[in-house]
Design a protein around this ligand. Structure first.
Ligand code: ATR
Length: 277
């Protein structure tokens, strides 16, 4: 049996097993199985060792270990290097390698909706665990990226990380600007909520988006359960476009699945419906 895992803490709510086991069945990979496991920080080394020994074929990592796993890995590839956030482990030539499929998953979700995110003004709300993956999606081509976070210091750190990418790309550091929490900026084309506000019913960001009335901007919330946070409900009432994080979640899984199995799994209606539980 080939074993796959998603590790995190908490982990009960993870829908990753549902998705990957759906694909294992669909593509007749009956010798493969995907489970969720709640772990503690102390277990990280052991998990990586098990990937190295082929006891585990592949691992997804979720909150709060996407950064903490890094010291135990042999190397990081692609967006994992730029974001310092690892959500997927693979073994390659005896090395356990950390990948980040969140950034590409996010970009795919936009491309799939034919949303042009190049040369646009972007506002990233939050500077937590997932924010660097969103920032990485925009550094290459955004006109301007504003970051705002309740705790300014974390936004400053995220900006510094983004500046490394901008420098590598030969772009100006000034493209990223940190804005104090609650302060408004020029109208942006895409506004992404990367905070955890909205996970609980009734929670509200309390940011002022009045000037977006009837503006054709996209309000994107990475949260997909609940389906429509207040952030999205209010955007809809203002006449803005909205998206939740469901398709990003599915795309990040699709990319990891292909890395592990070589199968380019499809995100079909049946799968999308399966997540509506
Ligand atoms: P995770 O790893 O789940 O992303 P995190 O790193 O603590 O968790 O990030 C959560 C994000 O939601 C952060 O941007 C956090 O802001 P702070 O850095 O100021 O903590 C944001 N957040 C959570 N609760 C918030 C609240 N009540 N008001 C404003 N921002 C909040």
């Amino acid at each position: 049996m080939k074993k796959y895992l998603v590790i995190g803490n908490p982990i009960e709510h993870s829908l990753s097993p549902l998705v990957h086991n759906f694909w294992f069945r669909k593509y007749n990979l009956s010798d493969s199985n995907y489970e969720k496991r709640k772990i503690e920080r102390i277990d990280l080394k052991n998990i990586v060792d098990q990937v190295r020994n082929k006891k585990i074929e592949g691992v997804n990592i979720t909150v709060p270990f996407k950064k903490e796993i890094i010291p135990f890995l042999d190397s990081l590839k692609g967006d994992a290097q730029l974001t310092l956030s690892v959500n997927t482990l693979c073994k390659n030539n005896n090395e356990v390698i950390g990948f980040n499929t969140d950034t590409k998953g996010f970009k795919n979700s936009l491309k799939n909706e034919k949303i042009d995110y190049k040369n646009k003004n972007i506002l990233i709300i939050g500077a937590g665990g997932v924010s660097s993956s969103i920032l990485a999606a925009f550094v290459k081509s955004a006109k301007k990226i504003y970051i705002t976070n309740r705790t300014r210091k974390k936004a400053d750190e995220l900006k510094k990380l983004g500046e490394v990418s901008l420098t590598l790309l030969g772009r100006k550091k000034e493209i990223i600007e940190v804005v104090d929490w609650g302060k408004t900026v020029e109208i942006c084309d895409i506004i992404v909520n990367t905070t955890s506000i909205g996970l609980l019913k009734g929670e509200n960001l309390n940011l002022d988006f009045k000037k977006y009335n009837n503006v054709n901007s996209l309000f994107y919330d990475l949260i997909y359960n609940p389906k429509e946070t207040n952030f999205l409900k209010e955007a809809k009432l203002r006449g803005n476009k909205i998206m939740n994080g469901k398709m990003m979640f599915l795309w990040q899984a699709q990319i990891a699945f292909q890395m592990w199995t070589g199968v380019e799994a499809s995100i079909d209606k049946e799968l999308i419906k399966l997540l509506e539980v």
